[in-house]
Design a protein around this ligand. Structure first.
Ligand code: GDP
Length: 442
């Protein structure tokens, strides 16, 4: 019997155009010998020939499947596309099972996966079809956990993708100064939970705008609570209270039972917000929680806050874009945590059986000077004093809070919460992000 050897050259891209094609440039001896002495053919390995959409370039995965099967195997993307188009997607038994499970358990849907515009590992059309499917089946709590991936997502395309998804989100207008707009927003959205993070939240500005600060930061809370009471008192409510309520501290560290002594119109307004939250819980049985969060920072902080002002300036100084960093006093100390960790604590508060109030803090405090030193160290500058100017007068506040440091042991015991990010990691995360932003900005 005559022996036959079949050689498949995978990844050997034959093109009709010899220019810039390594196969023609190298002129491989052995392969040329086979081509001259034995029958050979080339395989079409892209687009519809291998079960991909028309213009899609091939990849090893589909090449192997098609060669192995000996016929065209329709790939996931066109197969799911056609099922969306003919409606069979919406009758998929596995998807329907998730609906009945979630409806029974009153649970949430979490969609985890890759997103991108490339249509190789994921497709936005599929994501939208899933969202449509859950909407049709009255599943309201759908959470998206999306990852961009290198193959499908060119640099910066993630921003575009998120914008596209956001366009599908319905934003409802509401204003803390306008009682009826809040009630209408609740009626329209029918939420299970409301998180009130809105305020005039910059301490220094609160001396210039004390009345407006009171309107938003204090009375605004009552307006939201009144809207909840009248529209649906079963809505759970979170109020963003603040360590500024402790101000001139009466004990150290500060915990839930520590007496308040606010030192700014902002702190005073927050004390009102805290007590009205407690009062609606006691008066009407509303599931209302007040989270007394110590300073929580992230690369998203505005430049008016000292942490971001420092990380931004240090990044710029290290790149030669800025010469000096002007601050007020370097002595004040704060219990600075990472905002991402604190949001988890907020969410946990509303996930309990009983509403309550919690202090959320790291239990460590550091001075402005510590922050400055670590930030400069991260970019390799040891003699940071050369770059920092302390202008006490320009940054003077009529009154300062003293030694803020929180005791979050109640949150640890009841919520099982503790911070995951250290002070050093926080500083480095902020400087690193600003470095990236500044490098991109040129
Ligand atoms: P706050 O704790 O909400 O007031 O947060 P800030 O980031 O505004 O201020 C933290 C501390 O840093 C305060 O004690 C400020 O007086 C002090 N500080 C020193 N220099 C500056 C500065 O240049 N800007 C700001 N915002 N604060 C500064």
């Amino acid at each position: 019997m005559k022996k036959v050897i079949l050689i498949v050259l995978d990844g050997y891209g034959v093109s009709n155009n010899p220019v810039g094609n390594p196969i023609y440039d190298v002129n491989p001896k052995n392969i040329n010998f086979y081509k001259e002495n034995f029958p050979y053919t080339t395989l079409d390995a892209s687009g519809e020939a291998v079960g991909l959409p028309k213009t899609e370039v091939g990849n090893s995965e589909v090449g192997h499947i098609n060669i192995g099967a000996g016929s065209v195997v329709l790939q996931d993307l066109p197969r799911i596309n056609s099922s969306i188009d003919d409606g069979s997607f919406y009758k998929n038994s596995s998807l329907l099972k998730t609906i009945s499970h979630v409806n029974k358990s009153k649970g949430n849907i979490h969609i985890l996966g890759l997103v991108g515009q490339g249509n190789v590992h994921s497709s936005l059309k599929h994501l939208y079809a899933l969202l449509e499917f859950y909407k049709k089946n009255n599943c309201e709590n759908v959470f998206l956990h999306l990852f961009t991936d290198g193959r499908d997502s060119p640099p910066k395309s993630g921003i575009e993708t998120i914008k596209e998804i956001e366009d599908k989100v319905n934003l409802i207008q509401g204003d803390l100064l306008d009682q009826s707009s809040l009630a209408s927003a609740l009626l329209e959205a029918q939420p299970d939970e409301v998180y009130n993070l809105a305020a005039q939240s910059y301490v220094k500005t609160s001396w210039n705008q004390p009345v407006l600060t009171g309107e938003f930061t204090a009375l605004g809370v009552t307006r939201v609570l009144e809207a909840i009471r009248t529209v649906n008192p079963k809505i759970k409510f979170y109020q963003a209270s603040s360590s500024e309520m402790f101000g001139k501290v009466t004990e150290t560290p500060q915990k839930e039972t520590t007496r308040f002594h606010p030192r700014s119109p902002y702190g005073v307004a927050k004390v009102y917000g805290h007590y009205i939250t407690v009062n609606y819980r006691e008066s009407y049985g509303i599931f209302a929680c007040s989270g007394m969060l110590f300073n929580h920072e992230s690369p998203r902080r505005g430049l008016e806050f000292v942490t971001r002002k420092i990380s931004h300036a240090v990044a710029r100084i290290s790149l030669g874009k800025q010469k000096k960093l002007e601050l007020g006093s370097l002595e004040p100390k704060r219990d600075w945590g990472y905002a991402g960790d604190y949001v988890e604590a907020i969410w946990l508060m509303l996930a309990q059986n009983k509403p309550d109030d919690y202090v959320i803090a790291t239990g460590e405090n550091h001075s402005v000077k510590d922050f400055v030193e670590l930030a400069f160290n991260y970019v390799g500058i040891k003699d940071w004093q050369k770059y920092v100017v302390s202008n006490m007068e320009a940054h003077m506040r009529p009154a300062e809070v003293d030694y803020l440091i929180g005791d979050a042991s109640k949150a640890k015991k009841i919520l099982g919460w503790k911070p995951k990010t250290s002070f050093k990691q926080l500083v480095e995360l902020m400087v690193e992000t600003d470095l990236k932003r500044e490098k991109k900005a040129k």
